[in-house]
Design a protein around this ligand. Structure first.
Ligand code: ZN
Length: 85
C-alpha cells in the first residue's frame, strides 16, 4: 500500500518505540509524509521504519502500527507529528 492509498482509505499509522524503557507510541502525519516522500512511497515497515526515530528516547528501534479506518476516528484530533529526520 502506498502513502496516498493509506490516506484515501482512512488508515492511520502510529510509530511505536520498541525500547523496553520507553515504548512511546505516536500517530504519524501521513499528509506530511506524503508531501515529503511522495504519494507512491510505500507504508510497509521496510519503507518507513528506517526514516523514523523515537522523539522521546531517540532510538531508531521504531516499529509501525497500522490502524484500520474505524480506529482512525479515535485518534482524530490528537496532535500528530511528522517523522523525525
Ligand atoms: Zn523511545
Amino acid at each position: 500500500m502506498t502513502l496516498q492509498e493509506t490516506i484515501d482509505e482512512g488508515y492511520t499509522l502510529h510509530a511505536a518505540c520498541h525500547e523496553n524503557t520507553c515504548l512511546r507510541t505516536r500517530p504519524l502525519d501521513l499528509i506530511a509524509l506524503r508531501d515529503r516522500l511522495g504519494p507512491d512511497h510505500g507504508t510497509l515497515h521496510k519503507d518507513l521504519a528506517h526514516k523514523l526515530r523515537c522523539s522521546k528516547c531517540g532510538s531508531k528501534n521504531v516499529g509501525l502500527l497500522v490502524s484500520p479506518p474505524t480506529w482512525g476516528q479515535q485518534v482524530k484530533g490528537e496532535k500528530v507529528a511528522a517523522a523525525d529526520e
